[in-house]
Design a protein. Structure first.
Length: 249
């Protein structure tokens, strides 16, 4: 465990935000030209971007290197295409991992054929980057639909490199000290947070109550250091949380 127990609540309105005519991207950590030297990550998690992209738009082909990139769609559909030959449509419940390794090119665009800024046609997704165990890996891609597993109302281990999750992990990542868990909760539904040196809880959708802390709303995040085991309870419909369990920084 890290030395000092801390619970650091970060409200949605406190995030850095990038706005263009086709994108609203809210950054939990320093990203791009948004830089704060004391907010560059938590544990192994360096990026937690909450993105909304209008129909007919998206991120054109760009490069990544030496990073494990997880994409989780909340609403709409996202077209992914990369230099390893994958072309996939990602939708809610479909976990995606891209290992950038020695270098990969990819694009991400709203799958809607509409044009303009119709809110109902927007794609809403969270993209997260974690540090891999080593640099120079062969680029890779993996995905799996976990929609059925999420119906149980408990944590689903969507991605992990931690050995203890080997039999339950949906997809693997090249980070032996990190795991991503997702839970969809009905009103009154609850989960218990894992204990780890570093945890990052992100409220992707809905409203929650965190034991000992209180109300959390969509877009809020909590950074835990040397603690865990708290109860999280959904207080409204459509609650969905993403929790990173990390045993290194």
């Amino acid at each position: 465990m890290a030395a000092t127990e801390q619970i650091d609540v970060r409200r949605a309105a406190e995030r850095f935000v990038t706005r263009t005519d086709w994108l609203v991207s809210s950054h939990s950590f320093s990203f791009g030209h948004h830089y704060d030297p004391v907010n560059v990550g938590h544990g192994l998690l360096l990026v937690n971007n909450d993105d909304i992209v209008v129909p007919g738009a998206g991120f054109d082909t760009h490069a990544h290197q030496d990073m494990e990139i997880l994409t989780w769609v909340l609403r709409g559909s996202l077209v992914h295409q990369d230099s390893t030959g994958h072309r996939e449509v990602i939708h809610p419940g479909l976990a995606q991992r891209m290992s950038a390794g020695t270098g990969i090119l990819h694009s991400e665009r709203n799958a809607s054929e509409r044009t303009g800024g119709e809110a109902e046609g927007a794609v809403h997704f969270v993209q997260m980057w974690v540090v891999p165990d080593e640099k120079g890996l062969v680029p890779g891609y993996e995905q799996r639909d976990v929609t059925d597993e999420l119906k149980a109302g408990d944590f689903v281990t969507v991605a992990s490199g931690i050995a203890k999750h080997a039999d339950e992990t949906a997809i693997g990542i090249n980070a032996r000290n990190a795991a991503m868990h997702v839970a969809r909760l009905e009103p009154g539904g609850l989960v218990i947070l894992p204990a780890a040196p570093y945890l990052h809880l992100f409220v992707a959708q809905g409203d929650l109550d965190l034991e000992g802390t209180g109300r959390l709303e969509q877009g809020d995040a909590v950074r835990f250091t040397s603690t865990g085991g708290q109860q999280v309870t959904a207080t409204g419909h459509g609650a969905e949380i993403i929790v990173w369990e990390m045993h290194a920084s």
